[in-house]
Design a binder for this molecule. Structure first.
Ligand code: SAM
Length: 344
């Protein structure tokens, strides 16, 4: 059966993106800038800033549309810090008009540090954004600002989170990267924060994707430890996964109020269920966070290739997606870009 939508050429479902390991790829993450207004100690060295060029909003739109033609149903805009990007609201307005192969609106999301969310939550919602994930690595201001290295950032982000909730950008997810010796004392505080602020707090195991050299197996705070520590103060019950490719293990509090999640790419890798592909701010496809090579989709576009040729290039590229990452294994190589320049 062929599925048509008013704005796209007819695409056979057989053309949907799959890789050579049988995984269906339906989740696209797009970095729209590698600039960031924070210098989080576990992400950036504090030196330098952007490295890679940005495309125009029209160019991102054309590239994203190609992926949607191939069965992508979820688009997450990220960076760098995506709220720094001029044209974000207009890009979301256009993305909200696209339809998936089954005729549904895209599942549109943004990952942000929340610094500018206070004033942008309303316009983003009005543009068609459905939900937002805010990164927040501590619930006390001094620890938070030691990590971001930006004075006053804690209250800016807290206000941003509350504005996002008020604008209806829900369910509101808060991502916290835990690192031993930096913020591992925040675990229990975050459990209370999830309930007080009515947000889903998701702890993420730290991965070797930083600009500097901070990562070691010892700095990772593993899933089991997080669950055990929260359970001591607020009993948890594990919740069923909503979909096979869900990255977070979900837990509710035993009294039914609130939820936390744990994303454990290091101690409990979920590569077998990966449904993601990434587009960098300069238009390169990355088939894995830990890829050693990139695929210059934008280069092909600049050479004047047609949409059909570009779709075929995307298809071939995604076929070669890596089976899994090799964090912690002998011979592990850090990827060619750090997280801030890939798009988390
Ligand atoms: N600036 C936005 C933000 O702060 O959410 C989007 C980009 S940021 C690179 C995306 C996410 O990646 C953030 O939640 C950040 O904490 C996370 N992140 C950065 N480096 C990481 C690492 N080495 N391991 C795990 N997560 C990391």
């Amino acid at each position: 059966m062929e599925v048509a939508s008013p704005s796209f050429p007819v695409v056979s479902p057989a053309a949907r993106l799959t890789d050579s390991h049988g995984r269906v790829i339906h989740d696209l993450r797009v970095s729209i800038t590698d600039r960031c207004n924070y210098k989080c100690v576990y992400c950036r060295t504090g030196e330098g800033g952007e490295i890679y060029p940005e495309l125009s909003i029209e160019e991102y739109l054309r590239l994203i549309r190609l992926f949607v033609d191939l069965g992508i149903t979820k688009v997450r805009l990220t960076g760098g810090e995506p709220l720094l990007r001029r044209g974000l609201v207009e890009l979301l307005q256009e993305l909200a008009r696209l339809r998936t192969l089954t005729g549904d609106p895209l599942d549109l999301a943004v990952t942000t540090n929340g610094h500018l969310l206070d004033s942008l939550a309303g316009p983003l919602k009005a543009a068609g954004l459905r939900r937002v994930t805010v990164s927040m690595d501590a619930v006390d201001a001094p620890t938070f600002e030691r990590i971001t290295r930006v004075p006053g950032s804690f209250h800016k982000v807290l206000n941003g989170i509350r504005a996002a909730g008020a604008a209806g950008l829900t369910p509101l997810k808060i991502n916290c990267v835990l690192m031993r010796g930096f913020n591992d004392d925040q675990v229990e505080g975050f459990a209370h924060f999830a309930r007080q602020e009515d947000v889903v707090v998701r702890f993420i195991e730290f991965m070797p994707l930083e600009e500097g050299r901070l990562w070691s197996p010892q700095i990772v705070v593993p899933l089991n430890e997080i669950v055990a520590r929260i359970s001591r103060v607020l009993p948890l019950v594990e919740l069923p996964a909503r979909e096979a490719s869900e990255t977070a293990r979900r837990y509710g509090f035993s009294d039914g109020a609130g939820e936390i999640g744990i994303i454990a790419p290091v101690t409990q890798a979920f590569c077998g269920a990966c449904s993601r592909v990434r587009l960098t701010s300069d238009g390169k496809i990355r088939t894995c966070l830990f890829s050693q090579i990139e695929h210059d989709l934008y280069g092909h576009m600049r050479e004047g290739e047609s949409d059909a040729e570009l779709r075929s290039y995307i298809h071939r590229t995604v076929q070669g997606k890596e089976a899994r990452h090799h964090i912690g294994e002998p011979g592990f190589l850090k990827p060619s870009r750090s997280m801030v320049h890939i798009g988390g």
